[in-house]
Design a protein around this ligand. Structure first.
Ligand code: SIN
Length: 539
């Protein structure tokens, strides 16, 4: 089957939805999403969205906090552009129907919370379920827009490029759409588009423990890189310091806003350890807090630390953090009277597909926005609550730039061949998927986690390469399933993370290695860029 649209948007978090709403006035939009529309990382974002909105705050201060958190690898021009666009982005969200929490004492004003690395209260939130509220508002708008068609249960398999169609390397390659697996009908659909936008989110599932949703398998990064796009800064995987430690909680996030409102990290013996690590104590940048927890757990031999907010009134806790309170209670933990057991888990990919200030990749007609992109904003460590902001700001810029392609003089839909599944049979080796899925994620957690070393990276890469051989064999010979697509993608992303980490012989932000424990501004104050893969055709 073949479908065409002016804009093909892959992903339905804040970036994909807001982009779709912006361009739908100009042309038809096909919005493709892997599960249901609201199964996204955006929906799980608790803390909020950072933007300057108080008299006592300033754009300069927001920019400085972003640079410091990013260990001076963020691009100053991009940082200035994004923080300056913050107030307008918030206005857009409110116009689309997002209801942020207001102050109780002055109900005309929005309540501003704080998180690690911020020198001011500047985070708008909807209690402790900000992303859910944003997603609700945007989904409602998208569903009501006659120019947007939503395709749920559709997973992108690969991009369609001019080089692939012509079966040869091209100096100037362009993207013409994507092959998408309709998982309900088990059929690969050819989607042709004048503009393709990857807004597929992050890659937490590359690691054994993650607070990301199950969909976070790095699909966008993997398919873009395979199509020849450059990726950057993949070594900077952010580990959130505080996720619930409970065998059945699937690393449920305990928002940094809990520390923003005064919670203290303690060891099992009650000792508050963060003052030993940083002058901002429990509100130090996230990389520092995660490493401190890792160190305390390892030196004490404990399997978690505790987040204590019991000094606040029970009424306040229940009102300010209703989702976290109820979820903890469901697991038998009453945060109004006891510390919450927490551990770090993979949370946010700071690198991704390299894009310019308009969200354009190095492939013509291909954009990347949101967590999947490396825009230059986050540097070596993302400042808390800057991600929703980045998503909506770059969606807006990409939408503006995309207009150009509507009037593209060349044939937007050249003869695209349908997906070739000749010779593929149904696999009876499901174990290939389950075993390798587990092995990749365990390898990455143990060898490419919060603390790395040259040797661990080498070991990890050789394992990933072996696994990739098996996956490739399976991929080319058997019918494609969504599990296989995701497995292939996490393997690719794992490889890119390791290779990027191997190129950075220093410790900076989220990349900490025992063999190069110091920061080296002279040699490494630049992005780690990996060129796109060579063109590979079906063997
Ligand atoms: C949190 O609520 O702690 C997550 C916010 C973020 O990652 O920006």
């Amino acid at each position: 089957m073949k479908m065409t649209a002016d804009f093909l948007v892959i992903g339905s978090g804040i970036a994909g939805l807001s982009y779709a709403l912006k361009v739908a006035e100009q042309g038809s939009v096909a919005l493709v999403t892997k599960r249901e529309i609201d199964i996204t990382a955006t929906s799980l974002a608790q803390g909020g969205i950072a933007a300057v909105s108080s008299e006592t705050d300033s754009l300069k201060s927001h920019a400085e906090d972003t640079m410091v958190a990013g260990a001076y690898l963020s691009h100053p021009d991009i940082v200035d552009m994004v923080v300056s666009a913050g107030p307008q982005a918030i206005k857009n969200l409110i116009d689309w129907g997002t209801r942020f929490s207001k102050r109780e004492d002055t109900p005309d004003e929005y309540d501003l919370t704080r998180e690690g690395g911020h020198s001011h209260r500047r985070i708008l939130h909807a209690k402790d379920a900000t992303g859910k509220e944003i997603e609700r508002a945007l989904v409602e708008e998208v569903r009501n827009h006659s120019n947007i068609t939503v395709y749920e249960q559709h997973i992108a398999v690969d991009l369609i490029t001019e080089a692939k169609i012509q079966k040869r390397k091209l100096d100037k390659n362009r993207c013409l759409g994507a092959y998408i697996l309709d998982t309900a009908r088990n059929e690969i659909v050819t989607f042709g588009a004048k503009v393709t936008v990857l807004a597929t989110g992050g890659a937490g599932k590359v690691y054994l423990y993650t607070c990301n949703p199950d969909i976070a398998t790095g699909d966008g990064v993997a398919i873009a890189w395979r199509a020849g796009a450059k990726v950057a800064n993949m070594e900077f995987m952010q580990f959130h310091p505080t996720t619930l430690y409970h065998p059945h909680a699937k690393s449920f996030l305990i928002s940094e806003a809990v520390r923003g409102e005064g919670a203290i990290l303690r060891r099992r013996d009650g000792y508050a350890f963060m003052p030993d690590y940083h002058h901002q104590r429990d509100l130090a940048p996230r990389d520092i807090v995660a490493r401190a927890i890792d160190n305390e757990m390892k030196t004490q031999g404990d399997d978690c630390v505790f987040l204590d907010i019991t000094h606040k009134s029970a009424d306040y806790i229940r009102d300010r953090f209703p989702t976290i309170y109820q979820t903890c209670l469901d697991y038998g933990i009453d945060m109004t009277s006891q510390g919450i057991p927490v551990v770090p888990a993979a949370h946010y990919l700071c690198g991704g597909i390299q894009v310019n200030e308009w969200g354009e990749t190095c492939l013509e007609q291909l954009f990347a926005i949101g967590e999947v992109a490396s825009t230059g904003l986050h540097g070596a460590n993302r400042l808390a609550s800057n991600s929703l902001l980045e998503g909506i700001v770059f969606a807006d810029r990409a939408a503006t730039r995309s207009q150009h392609y509507l009037a593209h003089p060349t044939d937007p839909y050249p003869q695209i061949e349908p997906w070739d599944s000749s010779g593929a049979t149904k696999s009876n080796e499901g174990v290939v998927v389950s075993h390798n899925w587990d092995e990749i994620r365990r390898t990455m957690w143990n060898y490419v986690g919060i603390v790395r070393s040259d040797k661990r990276l080498r070991w990890a890469l050789s394992r990933i390469h072996l696994i990739q051989e098996e996956i490739d064999d399976h991929y080319w010979n058997y019918q494609i399933t969504s599990d296989l697509v995701e497995l292939r993608n996490i393997a690719t992303v794992a490889e890119l993370i390791i290779k990027s980490a191997q190129l950075r012989h220093e410790s900076r932000g989220l990349h900490y290695t025992l063999d190069h424990p110091k920061r080296d501004d002279r040699r490494f104050r630049h992005d780690t860029v990996i060129p796109g893969a060579e063109l590979k055709l079906k063997p």
